[in-house]
Design a protein. Sequence first.
Length: 50
Amino acid sequence: MSLTLTRALWRYRGFILGSVKREFQARYRNSLLGATWTVLQPLAMITVYT
């Protein structure tokens, strides 16, 4: 079962990567900091609570 799943993921890797890329771009399209905010927000919270 694991080998079958691995082969299927490899076969559809282009589709999977394209879907992830489109989702990522759509999520951060109108954000001022974009994907950087994903990293900055947890760092800011750590700074506040330490």
